[in-house]
Design a protein around this ligand. Sequence first.
Ligand code: ADP
Ligand code: MG
Length: 230
Amino acid sequence: MNDSTLSDAPTGTAGTGLEVSGLRVTYPGKPPVEAVAGVDLGVAPGQIVGLLGPSGCGKSTLLSAIVGVVEPDAGTVAWDGVDVTRTPIHQRGFGLVFQDGQLFPHRTVAGNVGFGLDMAGVAREERDERISELLDVVGLAGYGAREITELSGGQRQRVAVARSLAPRPRLLLLDEPLSALDSELRGRLAADLGEILRRFSMTAVMVTHDPREAELVCDRVVRMRDGVLL
Ligand code: ADP
Ligand code: MG
């Protein structure tokens, strides 16, 4: 088989995954805050890395810089050897899941899961198929027509995960996706989340402050403090 038909990546650099090098992010202010102070992080394809650290140490800022929501003042973000540091957010193919889901309240469950597919102009039949596949995977088969306001907190986070996976991102970044849930539910959903990410062979970075959760979901854990990885 000819490998070049399987990937758009330049020969010799395919399959290296995420590579963050010397990344720095400073928020302006008096004094300015260097939230990310020189981070190097590699995540191999299919690997799920947990990012643990105290509040304010720069975890969300690091994810935001990787996904492209904030601009770093130094360093690079690369995928499969291609520098994407200046690539617009929607062209990176990276997905983001927030702590509070940030679902669209005026769309149904299916409308939320299909959002990225609608943006990409995916045909109706393929879109609907993908939505039901994902609702099935996250344990919400048959919930497509429900309103977001009719769901529990755990169900909402399941919808958020399904929505982020729908456009087939090459990297998924999860910022404390289970932190808003109560402890028992969190344990159950953590196990499910690990299973879902593995089923899609997702490459992922998940922020958490719960070591047990990191253990349930992640292959590897890195610790962050004061803007740097320990
Ligand atoms: P974490 O996610 O680990 O709690 P953050 O990345 O949110 O940490 O924040 C890291 C540091 O950057 C903190 O000191 C925080 O106060 C500061 N910070 C975060 N967002 C902003 C912002 N938009 N403007 C200014 N400072 C910010
Ligand atoms: Mg945070």
